[in-house]
Design a binder for this molecule. Sequence first.
Ligand code: ATP
Length: 251
Amino acid sequence: MTAAPALSVAGLTVAFGGIVAVNDVTLDLPVGARHALIGPNGAGKTTFVNLLTGTLKPTAGTIRIGDEDVTRLDTRSRVKRGLTRTFQINTLFAGLTPLEAVSLAIAERDDLAGIWWRRLGGFPAVRDEAEALLSSLRLIEHARVPTGELAYGKQRLLEIALALAAKPRILLLDEPAAGIPAGESREVFEVVDALPDDISVLFIEHDMQLVFRFARRIVVLTSGSVLAEGTPDEIRRNDDVRAAYLGSTHV
Ligand code: ATP
């Protein structure tokens, strides 16, 4: 018997006035997926992720986490069911250290967030879990440095650590390596690649070298619709994808 997908989307559609930004998208994310979502600017990638998280409500279609229909659930309820995304730390957490920020995210998950964060030292289990998470993301040496002073690559890793603190089954990454030098972006994707197999990942990425190196499957979106879905080899050889998006890019 095949396991149910971690996430399945059927006929998902959203229109803004006359623009159909996401048009009848049907997609399964199997358990352990490392899927890339690619496509030209304005193809609807971010809008699709916003539909998955519940920030936007669809005009039509359904979203399931495992066997459960979550289409009408709000973002927080989806996070509780294991669907989470990264968010920008730049403004929110600049004064905190990674250890403090991840401890807070763990406390939030466990409904301890009402406790003033300075007292989190009184919760050794939270601190131990935060340190373990920071180690697995290659951040432990930077655990006590204000996040505003971290290199951009480390900040991106911290964003992933904060999302992982929610213990997600499905992790959505919208350009996780945006704005960082090539050497550092590779490290971000190495960390994503090495996440446990029970975490399913969908990432948006514009750098095709990274996509073709790290994605195990690729979904190509154009004008809100899925143009193609397949392994990197299948996508590389797909003439429609070449014509619509990849052009002469060497991948
Ligand atoms: P990029 O690669 O540039 O980030 P994208 O593939 O993520 O692009 P989206 O940002 O999802 O594309 O945009 C898809 C389309 O929907 C665009 O035409 C955009 O202008 C439109 N759009 C997105 N959000 C809204 C909104 N809130 N109201 C109106 N139109 C919107």
